[in-house]
Ligand binder design. Structure first.
Ligand code: NAP
Length: 491
């Protein structure tokens, strides 16, 4: 997309419904409260959206519960075709949705467009999976009975999503829930609700029956979702967000032994062996580190580079990082947008200062950028000592800390030295080593010689404190299905 004028920006924001989407209708919050959505590149308010009360949230759950039985009985093909139409509609409106996303979240428009297409892909993938929900028929080993298994929708779901991927994190929950025959209440992050509101309207336009999808926006996540999690009619909670909040929600969910899926934080190691193609490693590093301004759960959080190639890798990476154009994501050629807010920028600043105080060197960047918006300079830190906080904590910003290793075992131990286990990146040209290392990494996903793992057809998810459950792939729909088994007396 070329230069975007402010009238176009206003137009795409104006087009989005700002209310609560409950039982197929848009309504204001009871009491009429609203909350502001801000453009992180300017700090200015874009618009106001409804600020739901706990009663509004409960009305959304009521609608989901009322629609559940009929929706579960809807033909799988019909469910799939709604998703397929939504896929076409999202792709058809990709430019407009990308601009909207950039305005509320900050990432460059080209990256927003990539997210819109990635989100659409979940709708297409699960439109295809809706008709493949199968069971089994078997004879018991002793021949004494027949065993029938079937997979049925779990029931009404609560889906809570973060601000960093405002459309994709929702689409990869809504897609399988719709395909499986579940109804749902979605609560997007308060900082980036517009993409989700736009998607709700698209799904409505594409024929999703009233009550199947309900969306509310709220200034208080805990006050609005708490009563829903406590309600025994809710059967499933799927959460994407921080490990800290995930832990709290798991505690709440234990009361009614709710099914839960948790897509939580990450601390991805990016390991470069001495035999790696260094140019490919730097290309991969730019994607793994800088996609989404570093605000991704899959972001390479720390680089472990073999000592013999560390200087060359650092030099090449620093040159690429230094050349990046930082600015408002809607402007032509911008490759790095602002961080989501000043708290996030403050956290990045603190982690970088800690590393520098402990002896790391800033090869490029290492500072905030002046002016409006929450900008931080793309940064490469060399010789980062093992005790630096940013090797342990999720940075969520454009900062690449580089540490070195000498032996393969040492690299694997360093990579696994974290309570997180979402993804790891490995660069080597030695196939035996690659397989050995992949097997020993304690993560749910590995990128081998590439810096991007996300794909609607692949099972995305973590181990350890990065959570459990998988989104996408053949596995993704299982999160929304329960297995029922019937023991049948053989005649
Ligand atoms: P967050 O603070 O945990 O918030 C995520 C969502 O949970 C938001 O909708 C938030 O609402 C809501 N929330 C916050 N506190 C809550 C509570 N007490 N009860 C119920 N809901 C609550 O995370 P974030 O800062 O938005 O997102 C960044 C985190 O998400 C990072 O740690 C990142 O690694 C992780 N993430 C993981 C994946 C994955 O697939 N593993 C993908 C993307 C992001 P409000 O907006 O109102 O605060």
């Amino acid at each position: 997309m070329s230069t975007i004028g402010s009238s176009l920006e206003q137009e795409v924001v104006a087009k989005v419904p700002k209310g609560l989407f409950v039982d197929g209708a848009w309504r204001d919050a009871s009491g009429g409260a609203t909350l502001a959505v801000e453009d992180p590149s300017t700090g200015e308010a874009l618009c106001e959206v409804a600020d739901a009360t706990p009663q509004d949230a409960m009305a959304a759950l009521d609608a989901a519960c009322a629609a559940q039985a009929e929706w579960a009985a809807t033909a799988p093909r019909e469910r799939g075709e709604i998703l397929r139409r939504a896929y076409e509609a999202v792709v058809g409106r990709a430019d407009e949705l990308a601009l909207l996303m950039t305005l509320e979240m900050g990432k460059p428009v080209a990256e927003s467009r990539a997210e819109v297409l990635y989100a659409a892909d979940f709708l297409r993938w699960f439109s295809e999976e809706a008709v493949r929900i199968e069971g089994r028929w078997a004879t018991a080993p002793n021949g004494g009975m027949r065993m029938l298994t079937m997979r049925q929708p779990v029931g009404p779901c609560l889906l809570i999503t973060p601000w960093n991927f405002p459309l994709a994190m929702g689409a990869r929950k809504i897609g399988p829930a719709v395909a499986a025959g579940c109804t749902m209440v979605v609560k997007p992050a308060k900082q980036t609700p517009l993409s989700m509101l736009a998607l709700a309207q698209i799904l409505d336009d594409c024929g999703l029956p009233d009550g199947v999808l309900n969306v509310f926006t709220a200034s208080s996540a805990s006050a609005t979702t708490g009563p829903l999690i406590d309600d025994p009619r809710l059967r499933k909670l799927s959460f994407t967000g921080s490990t800290e909040v995930g832990r709290q929600l798991m505690g709440q969910a234990s009361r009614h032994v709710l099914r839960v899926s948790m897509e939580l934080g990450g601390n991805a190691p990016f390991v470069v062996f001495e035999d790696a193609d260094l140019d490919a490693a730097v290309d991969g590093a730019m994607v793994a580190k800088m996609r989404n301004i570093g605000e991704a759960c899959t972001a390479a959080n720390r680089f472990h580079v073999h000592a013999s190639v560390a200087d060359a890798f650092t030099e090449k990476l620093a040159a690429r990082m230094d050349a990046l154009k930082v600015g408002r994501g809607v402007e032509d050629g911008v490759q790095v947008g602002p961080l989501i807010d000043d708290d996030q920028r403050g956290k990045v600043r603190e982690l970088v200062e800690d590393a520098l105080e402990r002896g790391a060197q800033a090869v490029v960047g290492g500072r905030e950028l002046d002016g409006r918006g929450h900008f931080y300079a793309p940064t490469v830190l060399a010789n980062v000592p093992g005790e630096a906080r940013l090797l342990r904590e999720e940075i969520f910003g454009p900062v690449a800390p580089i540490a070195t290793f000498e032996r393969e075992d040492e690299a694997i131990a360093a990579a696994n030295k974290t309570e997180y286990g979402l993804v790891a990146y490995v660069f080597t040209r030695d196939l035996d080593r690659a397989l050995r290392v992949i097997e020993r990494l304690e993560t749910g996903m590995v990128g081998l010689n590439q810096g991007l793992v996300s794909n609607a057809a692949a099972p995305f998810g973590g181990v350890k404190q990065s959570g459990f459950g998988r989104e996408g792939g053949a596995e993704g729909i299982d999160e929304y299905l329960s297995v029922k088994y019937a023991a049948i007396r053989a005649g």
